[in-house]
Design a binder for this molecule. Sequence first.
Ligand SMILES: [Mg+2]
Length: 374
Amino acid sequence: MRIKSVTPMSVSYPEPNDNNNTRYLTFCRIEAEDGTVGWGEAITQFPEVARPIGMLIEGLAPQLVGCDPLDNVAIWRKLRQHTWWYSYRGGMAAFAISAIDIALWDLKGKILGQPLVQLLGGAVRERLPVIASTHAFKPSLEEEAERHGRYVREEGYQGVKIGFGKRGEARLGYDFDRDVTFMRLLREAVGAKGDIMIDRGQSLVWDLGHAIKLTNALEEYGLRWIEEPLEPSDIEGFRKLRLHVKTLIATGEREWTADAFQRLIATGIVDVVGCDPGRAEGITGTRKVIEHVEAADVWFNAHAWSSAIVTAASLALSASSPRCLVFELKPIRNPMQHELVTTPFEQHDGWIDVPMEPGLGVDVQESVLEKYRL
Ligand SMILES: [Mg+2]
């Protein structure tokens, strides 16, 4: 079997979980000579990068056409070797490699008739606990606490992860007293058992003293983890932070490559390693990250806040390791989860099943990609 074609496709779409902000993704469609198709994704986010990643995939395509898609890891190595000149230790080529690599794993699974999780060596767990991962954007704290409480009380999610400092009028992350009030309201709304995670948006500038004081205050209401309370590069700040807080510390999502994750984990400052397969060189790159996570006995957390393609890849990767705490889903229906595939991913009573159909286990609707085409 040989690869016949490699085709990028970028989209723009409104994301209701992000205050209807327009988001941009770049997909990759790889077709084998028998007509079997694999799909991949890069979480490019912005138009100025979605377009060039499409061009980059087109430029790399001749290196794939004619290759055996079952040699996917060898192809991944070849692409990394080729792109080092403009993407050493990460950068834009990591997006292109991510989309191509995910598509190749999907294609391989479809050709062999095996689900991705089996190609990765098998599921440690057949289902994963699910939290609702959202941004707060309404001005009323009571309203936002109640909305997130409903995800747990009524929809069954096992917890919520909320981004502070995001678009909209919630203005969370700017005022200590207001943030603590929100946490109190949120705990009341979520109930005693639900997980609560807080993620500092990068528009917020906190210093070490504030990060310690706020994390300590939020801990009083049962904080499961604090995500990137300081700039991820501030390793010394994180070191000092963890001497003063009890909660788990999450970071990692800005890294591109497994060796960067290895260096981050080696600092000893991270408990929950955030990693997006649509950015960190695909499934092949993320598997390597998980190996580092497992060696250090920390936790892996897929940054799967994009389309159903990255969700499918993240589910298989997360289920392949015992070091996954929870799985994040966006709670509000959205085009790239609920329109893109015929059977969208849903949680049931706080759990999600790992796809067991061949490849990624999703049926991509090309008409939806046309509808949102950039
Ligand atoms: Mg985050």
